[in-house]
Design a protein. Sequence first.
Length: 358
Amino acid sequence: MLRSIILKNFTVFPEADLRFGKHLNVIVGENGTGKTHILKAAYSGIAASAAGPKDRSSEAPDRSAFSAAIGEKFLGVFRPDSLGRLVRRGRGRNKCKISYKFDQPELNIAFTISTLAKVKVDGLPDARVSKRPVYLPTRELLTIAPGFVSLYETTHLPFEETWRDTCVLLEAPLARGPREGRIKLLLEPLESAMGGKVEVDVAGRFYLTLDSGRMEMHLVAEGLRKLAMVARLIATGSLLDKGYLFWDEPESNLNPRIIKTVARTIMLLAGRGIQVFIGSHSLFLLRELHILQQEAGSRLDMRCFGLTLQTDGAVGVLQGRTMDEIGDIAVLDEELKQSDRYIATEMGLSEKPKENGN
């Protein structure tokens, strides 16, 4: 479990100390306030420390190699012109500091990035994270996954590295053995919403298999393709038991019915060992998560983070256990005000323009 991240002089954040919940973490803010930056910063540090196929999770990474891994991951995920561009603007040379604290202290990480694009590891972990984190961007990736990884690694493509990382996980084989029972329980609501099951052919192309036959994933509605992506990652074991899920705007391109399914899936994953981080500005999704969290009672540890743009261009962070504790978020207030205007209009209570000065 990731307990906290401290950001200093990182992009739009002069200083932010984010204390995460064990199960679900919701980051809310208008566009441009850094929701995605927080998700990517948390993901990049964990991904750089995660054990690869040839690594042993008990082995401590080498300082020089880990410094290079951090630099490469932040470059690949954020895609700045140089690492120094991630440092918050200021006079003269500057540097940003990022530190991660886990429930297992041997996983803790701390490093600095200078405007000269140099990475200095201040706190080297004594062990690697045992499972790769999952990052879901705003769009689905099943339709581009076949062949994308090999193309990404042999050519220069203008896509962030999270796409490559997620495609690797999507192409992993299905999990077998004792885990299949737990996988089935998680897949049932998703397959019910999709009306079918996700399958892949020998060429790596994904399909949605319905009672009426098999449909190419390109022909499936985008909202259902996002559900299919989550279903595939559950089926391969990437989103099973312990792990991390970072999901940027889960509600993007989804209708309310599908958003309700997504919200329930998020809560199911969070309750079964996956630490979930989402960035959103959808009032509908946030209300649905609140309803489900209240139904779960104290069993789920949830944290909310409200990002607000300040007059100097910096972003401040408020945090609490509920949405009520993070202050007013403008984008949510506008949706609430629209609801009030709509109700008032339907009831004939809205003010009408005065005529003839009366």
